[in-house]
Design a protein around this ligand. Sequence first.
Ligand code: ADP
Ligand code: MG
Length: 238
Amino acid sequence: MTALALTNICKSFGPVEVLKDINLTVEEGEFVVFVGPSGCGKSTLLRVIAGLEDATSGTVEIGGAQVNSVPPAKRGIAMVFQSYALYPHLSVRDNMALGLKQENQPKSVIEARVNKAVQMLDLGAYVDRRPSDLSGGQRQRVAIGRTIVREPKLFLFDEPLSNLDAALRMNTRVEIAELQRTLSATMIYVTHDQTEAMTLADKIVVLRDGRIEQVGSPMELYNNPVNQFVAGFLGSPA
Ligand code: ADP
Ligand code: MG
C-alpha cells in the first residue's frame, strides 16, 4: 500500500519558487529521509504534506486519498519538530495525554495509550515531572510520545535531534529506529546529518534548490550517485 504520493508539487512564496515539480511515493512502513542543504525546501515539503502550507499546484495523497483540502488535524499524520514545545505547567503524562483529551477520547483509551507510549519510550520514572525537570533527550522523547499516542499513520520529523548533543543524538536515533519497527509506522525524516540519513533510511531523497536530485537506498546513493552534488552529500566520490 502507498502511504504517501506527491504528484507535481510546486510551492511558491510570492515570486519565489521553493518547490519545483516534486514527485514521490512512499510505501507503508517505509522510513524515508529527506536530505539537502539549508534552504532547499525540506521543511516546506513536510509542511505541504502535513497541510500546514497549501501547495501552489500538484496533489498530496495520503493512504490513497487526495487530501489537498483536508485540514492538518484530519490527515492522520503527526509532526515532530526540533523545538519540543511542551507545556511547561503540565506533567509528562498530561503533556502526552493532551492531544487525546482534545480529541475527546475516553479516559480508558487515553490511559492505555499513554501508558504504552511511556513504556515504549522508557519514560516511566518521569511521568509526574514537569518538562523543566527533564534533560533535552527526555523532553524530545515526551514530544515523540505525544505524537505516538494519537496513532498516526504517518510520522513527519523535521530535524528532531538537531538541538541534542552527539551522544544523545545517537541514542535517540536508535530509539526512533526501534519505534518505527515496533509500530510498523511510515516515517519521513528531515535531516542535514548524513550519518542520520545513512543509518535510518530505507530510502533517501536528496533535495537541492526545490527539486529532487535523486531517490534511492543509502547504498544505491553511496555507490551510484547521479552527480557530484549527491556524492558530496553522502560522502562517496562520484
Ligand atoms: P530547509 O528546511 O531545507 O532549510 P525551507 O523549506 O525552510 O528549507 O525553506 C526553503 C526556502 O523557502 C527558503 O529560501 C526560505 O527562505 C523560503 N521560505 C520558507 N518558508 C517561507 C515563507 N513562509 N515565506 C517566504 N519564504 C519562505
Ligand atoms: Mg528546515
